[in-house]
Design a protein around this ligand. Structure first.
Ligand SMILES: [Zn+2]
Length: 459
């Protein structure tokens, strides 16, 4: 059917890029005709009618809609289907004259209602990270790749998501939370960057196709016709032909250039084509700023000899992100709000890690083990000052790293034991904690002996 239309020179389609004339765009059982005048539309419908008779398939005229973009002929000449003059929905995307603010207002409303729904469930920061990606980002995905997001609207949505993510964790630093896990963050999405990158996805594809000398599809042909030449000049992307170019550039050209400039995207970023890579590259530039603001704390909490789960743990400790009942709440049942070890003190980081008489017994053991292993004297340190040491310890670089490892491993086992008591209702046993800490510390030291032998021997 499409071939029949393409071969009929009386049916006039829309000419793109001077080479191809597009008369129809077909997705399985959904056909979109893109025609120039009433005569072409009538001939095309005739072709469809004849195809129906031959094949037994049937066009549902009730569901058929059209968009008129010119008024140079009376509507009576057009077939009897529903005609729109401003815009209409094509496969879920509004085509024609559209109101961006209104579209994004609707998306913001949907995001708000999903947040209301998911915010009523208990969720850790890690769970929220997954929920944001699984429930919130898809809400805007479809629209974001078609319509540029107005700055004010995107700011509002971003704030909404950030508030959902860290609202109860007032110490959280969103800039570092947005870093990839490998870089010590929690991989929280930055909605603004995300929406921008999704929007310029077709530009990434266009640049790639141009550089690889791949044939352009309808979408990339449209870009070439509308903005390709200008983009090609700015980004030094190859121009392969001298296609007649539209005199008035797409209104989105400015938006696209703004996005490219805003994130300082270079030619290579664009020809990589992958959204994820481009997103990560932008986040990396944010990382440098976020981390340089933090100075040594970042370096110490993300000590290179620590495995990534302990770095994440240190990160959460440093930013008070661990969900204790008496602090960040809304995670464990409200009835359980006393320390699961001594049953007297509060279930709060300061008590559980430093003040609890039960964990103090463990710390005495850890200090003794550390003194033996590192040949240092720690008797004058109390547990709290010892834990603080790891942020500003400058005595012996190697010994400090090992000490930090032992402290972190102990603290992490205390946290794991607390979770078992609070979440799984297990009874607390100091002996079990001792065994777990011992095992964790030994395993860390063995790994360091193997991977970083100079740290074990040097002073
Ligand atoms: Zn306690």
């Amino acid at each position: 059917m499409a071939e029949k239309m393409n071969n009929n020179s009386e049916i006039k389609g829309i000419r793109l890029s001077g080479k191809r004339e597009i008369k129809s765009v077909n997705y399985a059982d959904d056909v979109t005709l893109t025609l120039r005048d009433a005569h072409s539309v009538n001939l095309a419908i005739d072709t469809v009618d004849r195809f129906q008779m031959a094949s037994g398939l049937k066009l549902n005229k009730q569901k058929t809609q059209g968009l008129r973009t010119k008024n140079s002929f009376p509507e009576i000449l057009l077939p009897d289907i529903k005609w729109h003059h401003e815009n209409f929905n094509l496969l879920g995307t509004k085509i024609g004259k559209i109101n961006l603010n209104q579209i994004w207002q609707e998306i913001d409303g949907k995001i708000k209602s999903v947040i209301n729904e998911i915010d009523s469930t208990y969720a850790t920061l890690d769970a929220k990270e997954v929920l944001i990606k699984a429930r919130l980002l898809p809400v805007s995905n479809y629209a974001a790749q078609t319509y540029p997001a107005p700055t004010e609207k995107i700011k509002k949505i971003n704030e909404r998501i950030v508030r959902y993510a860290v609202g109860k964790y007032e110490h959280a630093d969103i800039n570092t939370l947005q870093l990839p896990k490998l870089d010590g963050g929690l991989n929280f999405p930055n909605f603004e960057i995300y929406a921008d990158i999704i929007y310029i996805r077709s530009i990434l594809k266009y640049c790639q196709a141009r550089v690889q000398n791949e044939p352009l599809n309808v979408h990339t042909t449209y870009i070439e016709y509308q903005i390709g030449h200008a983009i090609a000049d700015v980004l030094e992307v190859v121009r392969l032909n001298n296609i007649p170019h539209t005199e008035t550039r797409s209104p989105y050209y400015e938006t696209i250039m703004q996005i490219i400039n805003k994130y300082n995207l270079k030619r290579n970023d664009l020809i990589e084509r992958k959204i994820k890579k481009t997103y990560e590259r932008i986040i990396q530039t944010k990382k440098l700023k976020a981390i340089s603001d933090l100075g040594k704390i970042w370096e110490r909490t993300h000590l290179k000899i620590l495995p990534s789960y302990l770095r994440t743990f240190n990160y959460k400790c440093a930013w008070n992100l661990l969900p204790f009942c008496n602090e960040t709440g809304n995670y464990t049942p409200a009835s359980k709000n006393s320390c699961p070890f001594c049953k007297v003190g509060p279930d709060a980081a300061y008590h559980v890690f430093f003040k609890c008489p039960q964990t103090n017994k463990q710390w005495k053991q850890t200090i003794k083990d550390a003194e033996e292993l590192l040949q240092i004297n720690l008797q004058n340190e109390n547990v709290e000052s010892l834990c603080q040491l790891m942020y500003n310890n400058d005595r012996h670089p190697n010994k400090d790293q090992l000490l930090t490892t032992l402290i972190t491993a102990t603290k992490h086992q205390i946290w794991k034991t607390r979770l078992k008591c609070v979440i799984d209702n297990q009874a607390f046993s100091l002996n079990k904690l001792r065994k777990d800490v011992n095992k964790a510390c030994n395993s860390r030291i063995t790994t360091i002996r193997r991977d970083h032998p100079n740290i074990m021997t040097n002073e």
